[in-house]
Design a protein around this ligand. Structure first.
Ligand SMILES: [Zn+2]
Length: 155
């Protein structure tokens, strides 16, 4: 179990972003991970847009890598359109756990240190587990390999 802290803060996820995640999950064989980027605002924490995985994404039962070029292009278009910024990443864990894995925290730390924009402060992570059509969603603020759980408010 990676470094975890209890829930203390809230992130709002708007319904169209949730709809995109549901759509992406429905398009993916249930035993494979999928995901995408999260765009929105940091103060307060809002997810306004969720990305698809993109045509070049790598999906396996225990690993997922989004299509970077697709993600960057989408982030640029969305910034232009709405001002939403790249705040993090979402992905599924078909067989758990319901929190970022140690590998995920390594990935987020790399993202954090390589970023020039807002990800430099930390990476918002949404982890989704599925059970016959239902989705369990948790959100985390990941800073320096420590994940702090956030309350999720769907709106
Ligand atoms: Zn993961």
């Amino acid at each position: 179990m990676p470094n975890m802290r209890p829930t203390s803060m809230t992130i709002k996820v708007i319904s169209s972003a949730l709809a995109t995640m549901r759509e992406e999950i429905a398009l993916t064989p249930p035993h494979l991970e999928t995901g995408g980027i999260l765009l929105g605002t940091l103060e307060p924490w809002n997810v306004t847009v969720a990305g698809h995985a993109g045509p070049g994404a790598v999906r396996t039962p225990a690993f997922f890598l989004r299509d970077l070029e697709y993600a960057q292009q989408m982030a640029a278009v969305e910034f232009e359109r709405s001002g939403a910024i790249w705040i993090g990443e979402w992905h599924t864990h078909p067989s758990g756990p319901q929190h970022p894995s140690a590998t995920d925290l390594d990935t987020y730390q790399n993202l954090q240190y390589q970023a020039r924009g807002p990800l430099r402060a930390g990476v918002i992570s949404i982890i989704i587990t599925t059970c016959n059509g239902c989705l369990n969603l948790t959100a985390w603020s990941c800073v320096n390999r420590t994940a702090t759980q956030l309350h999720v408010e769907e709106s």
